[in-house]
Design a protein around this ligand. Structure first.
Ligand SMILES: Nc1nc2c(ncn2[C@@H]2O[C@H](COP(=O)(O)OP(=O)(O)OP(=O)(O)O)[C@@H](O)[C@H]2O)c(=O)[nH]1
Ligand SMILES: [Mg+2]
Length: 441
């Protein structure tokens, strides 16, 4: 267990006024602070009604006190929670009194960091707490809860164990060189390699979905002026958010709308129509549209189906970003072609369901209702690195019978997986992760 030389204090409830405000203390001095403020130590894990006093004995507030002796607490250290009246002055007087008694103000995420360092949570779970609090849709909240309960961690650990078994197999082969050839070409090894490869793709897929659930999905709407981009934004968001006129070049600023498609949080981005020879203001709008394209998770290219110039894609779009052509104003056409484009009318709403389905597809999002957990870019990147080492090692074996190389790549792969759960982690990584939390978490 990590020694908690410092005792930390923070307000656990949001700033402002409320019925109740909670102050949380964690660390070695907690017991002493509790005695000083409450007169005596409350019975562990039982709500006791107490008067809260400062060091000089002045009464600050009265409320509920909860004491959790180490190690059976959130942080694994002795923890005291004071639930007082939720006024900013009352709460800050409690914090001041606790600081006077020897605690210091907690850094952002420090409670969760201590929980991690004391083995109460792994890194995925600590991050899931922040994701649960910040979840934007009910599905994202449920998925964060699943990460918090350990579903994601279990999947990573299971994959790490498969890698360990493989490594043991390969290293045994290296230790007995006279039998190496047999060992490395036997069926069991091949089977384990392909099982592991399958497990990697499965988990990568789940983590990708988890990332979209957590971060939402940025969908940028582009096309020629007057194609109906702003009308499409209004249709998808169900609101009259963007100005729509028959004047080409209506939209100049970037407009963002949050929508929820069956639990998938989508940020719709409406942009200025792309064309040659715009005026000065419009030119700035077009520049912003191009910047927005660089951050897109997917692009909708809107065309005016009623116009002779269809508005084919003539804009360099970012590579690796899926693009869907949306043919708009089909209410004005007799026969819109049936191809990979989505035919809609932003005016009548025709084709809206097909478009929503296409957006879900673009996000790689299936509303399975079960099993999904939240994940972060950090997890996805570490997993990609792990998969890359695994693939490199596999190739080394297949092409050069290089058992040592395979063993080394498996070790690196396992190490990358360890970064996800935090079983291997650097101070720098931890600092970066926990500093994103709010104070009091
Ligand atoms: N009939 C019909 N008219 C549409 C449809 N969608 C948009 N319009 C009309 O087309 C014109 C342009 O629509 P906007 O939504 O402003 O087009 P935009 O692509 O945002 O245009 P800019 O912001 O100028 O680039 C308006 O007069 C709309 O009413 C549609 O599906 N059917
Ligand atoms: Mg517009």
């Amino acid at each position: 267990m990590v020694s908690s030389a410092d005792t930390i204090v923070a307000v656990a409830t949001p700033p402002g006024t409320g019925g109740v405000g909670i102050v949380r203390v964690s660390g070695d001095a907690t017991e002493r602070i509790a005695r000083a403020m409450l007169g005596s130590l409350p019975e562990p894990r039982t709500a006791s009604k107490r008067v809260f006093r400062n060091r000089g004995g002045d009464e600050l507030d009265a409320g509920l006190a909860l004491y959790f002796p180490a190690p059976a607490s959130f942080t694994g250290e002795a923890v005291l929670e004071l639930q007082g009246h939720g006024g900013p002055l009352v709460i800050s007087s409690l914090v001041d009194a606790i600081v006077e008694l020897g605690a210091r103000h907690a850094a952002p995420g420090e409670f969760s960091q201590r929980a991690f360092l004391n083995g109460k949570l792994d890194l995925i779970q600590a991050e899931a707490i922040a994701d649960l609090i910040n979840a934007g849709t009910a599905q994202a909240a449920r998925a964060a809860l699943r990460s918090l309960s350990g579903d994601f961690s279990k999947a990573v650990t299971a994959l790490a164990e498969q890698l360990i078994r493989l490594r043991m197999h390969v290293e045994a082969a290296i230790d007995f060189p006279e039998e190496e050839i047999d060992f490395l070409s036997d069926d069991l090894l091949q089977r384990r390699l392909s099982e592991c490869g399958g497990a990697f793709s499965l988990l990568q897929n789940e983590v990708q979905q988890g990332r979209v659930l957590r971060d939402g999905f940025q969908l940028v709407i582009v096309g020629k002026p007057n194609a109906g981009k702003s009308s499409l934004l209004n249709l998808l968001s169900g609101q009259d958010a963007a100005i729509v006129t028959e004047v080409a070049g209506t939209t100049r600023d970037i407009l963002r709308e949050q929508i929820d498609i069956d639990g998938l949080a989508v940020e719709l981005v409406d942009t200025a129509g792309l064309r040659e020879d715009p005026d000065r203001v419009e030119a700035e709008g077009i520049r912003r549209a191009r910047t927005a394209l660089q951050n897109a998770d997917a692009v909708l290219w809107v065309q005016d189906a009623s116009s002779a110039e269809a508005g084919e894609i003539d804009e360099p779009l970012p590579p690796n970003v899926p693009v869907t052509v949306v043919r708009n104003k089909i209410d004005l056409c007799n026969d819109a072609p049936q191809d990979t484009a989505v035919n809609i009318s932003a005016k009548t709403g025709a084709g809206l369901n097909a478009l929503r389905a296409r957006i879900r597809e673009l996000a790689g999002y299936e509303n399975q209702g079960r099993g999904a957990f939240t994940a972060r870019k950090r997890h996805l990147h570490a997993l990609e690195r792990a998969a890359m080492h695994f693939a490199t090692g596999r190739t080394a074996l297949e092409e050069a019978q290089a058992g040592e190389l395979l063993a080394e790549e498996l070790r690196l792969s396992q190490h990358a997986l360890g970064e996800i759960t935090g079983s291997v982690s650097s101070d720098e990584l931890l600092g970066r992760i926990f500093s994103e939390f709010c104070i009091g978490k």
